[in-house]
Design a protein around this ligand. Structure first.
Ligand code: FAD
Length: 432
């Protein structure tokens, strides 16, 4: 049967849209199939969007895209039950165009991006679910959708369907997702007047924004990361926790979010606000070793479907865009030779290896395993740090030399000198 399209992309998130944009700009006949009523309608993100990967496709996009605030300060907060230790950077260098990153709402942002992609002449087919791949002698030749007579044929299918990616699974490119490799993220949008947000977060106008990433012993030994991001007239407040930990500690993510909002350092930030939206979504956090095989005859996998998330730096949408671009470039090269076999499409993996995407994921490749084995790293050490800082700031007529002795004794009793040396060595070895 004749092809309906050159390329069919499953999913109109940032990965699928980026691939579609590159292909359409080259005059390739591409369709993007999206199950939502419009791109962005089903998508959840914290959401901080990094500029550079999209700027490379659509220069100066930030001047027209629907963005909330550009971020001028990024902080990490370590919480214990009654305290908060803060680290971070506020810089005027982040306050000049073209900026580093922005807070966004995916429903608005993806819709805008999709319009750019369809203006470039890609066809976006909404409210359509891809049910399975169509194979011919083991090679992918199309997709079966839930529409009547909904089989569509093409040279190459790109799976950009996000974390639940069942198409790569159906080809045997990945195994069942392990509960240690996925987090469940929940998020609330809490409305507040922009002036209140400016005052609470110490910015001088409603286009400047702040991010706070939150971890520490307050969440017990749970691999959880909370966040508070400023939008123009609202805050995005949420938390993502590894599913294995939620099950092990019998925690419900909604309760976890309520616990976060009730902490004495967070409560004043959200107080008086009205919750406008509540969302939940999975985040693939397993890193490099959890990635599926990325290509097959007539098939490539991009974005969250390929587990391309750098959770420690909360980068996902930018990796999705970068991988979408590289898959599209690989198709364009393969088309010149008329060869869409695995051998030809394996160039996609090479392109990813040469880009920051896999270089970064490789840097942190051992981190998920390390945190799985030594969950106390994210609770014991921040707790010790908070207690030590408390002693140092607490002036109670105890001489400083005695305070230092006290802190060292605490370290010996609560963690142990030998364990500290072992942990430092193990973190160093795993991040080399
Ligand atoms: P998605 O955005 O998930 O898009 C996949 C699309 O495919 C969806 O639109 C879906 O409807 C569609 N689809 C799925 N199956 C089918 C099918 N069978 N047929 C048709 N359509 C289908 N990243 C950041 O960069 N910064 C952040 O601050 C950040 N915070 C996050 C906070 C949370 C709580 C979560 C959950 C994620 C966060 N991420 C963040 C990660 C980021 O959202 C993802 O990495 C990014 O959305 C991946 O894009 P994607 O295009 O691969 O997948």
């Amino acid at each position: 049967r004749k092809n309906d399209f050159d390329v069919i992309i499953v999913g109109a998130g940032p990965a699928g849209l980026a691939a579609g944009y590159v292909l359409a700009k080259e005059g390739i006949n591409v369709a993007i199939i999206e199950r939502g009523i419009f791109p962005g309608s089903k998508n959840v993100m914290g959401g901080i969007f990094y500029r550079s990967s999209l700027d490379d496709l659509i220069p100066d996009f930030y001047k027209e895209a629907p963005l909330e605030r550009h971020i001028i300060e990024q902080k990490v907060w370590f919480l214990s039950d009654d305290s908060m230790f803060s680290a971070g950077l506020k810089s005027e260098r982040y306050n000049v165009e073209p900026y580093n990153c922005f807070s966004v709402f995916r429903a608005k942002f993806d819709k805008w991006f999709a319009k750019k992609v369809s203006d470039a002449s890609a066809m976006i087919i909404n409210e359509t679910v891809v049910r399975e791949l169509i194979l011919k002698r083991g090679k992918v030749v199309g997709v079966r959708t839930d529409r009547p007579n909904g089989d569509l044929y093409c040279d190459v299918v790109i799976s950009a369907e996000g974390v639940n990616s069942f198409l790569p699974k159906s080809l045997g490119l990945r195994k069942k997702i392990n509960a240690n490799n996925v987090a469940l993220g929940v998020k609330e949008v809490i409305e507040l007047p922009d002036k209140v947000i400016n005052d609470r977060f110490g910015v001088s106008n409603s286009s400047e924004g702040v991010t706070i990433e939150i971890t520490g012993p307050y969440f017990n030994e749970m691999r959880a990361m909370g966040f508070v991001y400023t939008n123009r007239n609202s805050l995005s407040v949420g938390i993502g926790a590894v599913i294995e930990d939620l099950v092990r500690l019998k925690m419900n993510p909604n309760d976890l979010l309520e616990t976060l909002k009730s902490h004495p350092a967070i409560k004043p930030l959200v107080s008086g606000g009205e919750t406008k939206e509540y969302m939940a979504h999975m985040i693939p956090e397993g890193g490099y070793y959890s990635m599926p095989k990325l290509y097959h005859d007539g098939f490539m996998v991009v974005g969250d479907a390929a587990m391309l998330v750098n959770s420690i730096h909360r980068e996902g949408a930018n990796l999705a865009i970068e991988s979408g671009k590289l898959a599209a470039k690989t198709y364009i090269e393969a088309r010149k030779k008329g060869d869409f076999s695995q051998r030809a499409l394996s160039a996609y993996q090479k392109r990813l290896e040469e880009s920051f995407v896999l270089k970064d994921l490789k840097t942190y490749k051992n981190l998920p395993k390390l945190l799985e084995e030594k969950k106390y790293l994210i609770s014991k050490y921040p707790k010790f740090l908070i207690d030590a800082m408390y002693e140092i700031y607490n002036v109670d007529r105890v001489p400083k030399s005695e305070k230092i002795k006290l802190i060292l004794n605490k370290a010996k009793k609560e963690i142990g000198y030998f364990s500290i040396i072992k942990d430092i060595f193990s973190v160093w070895r795993n991040l080399r």
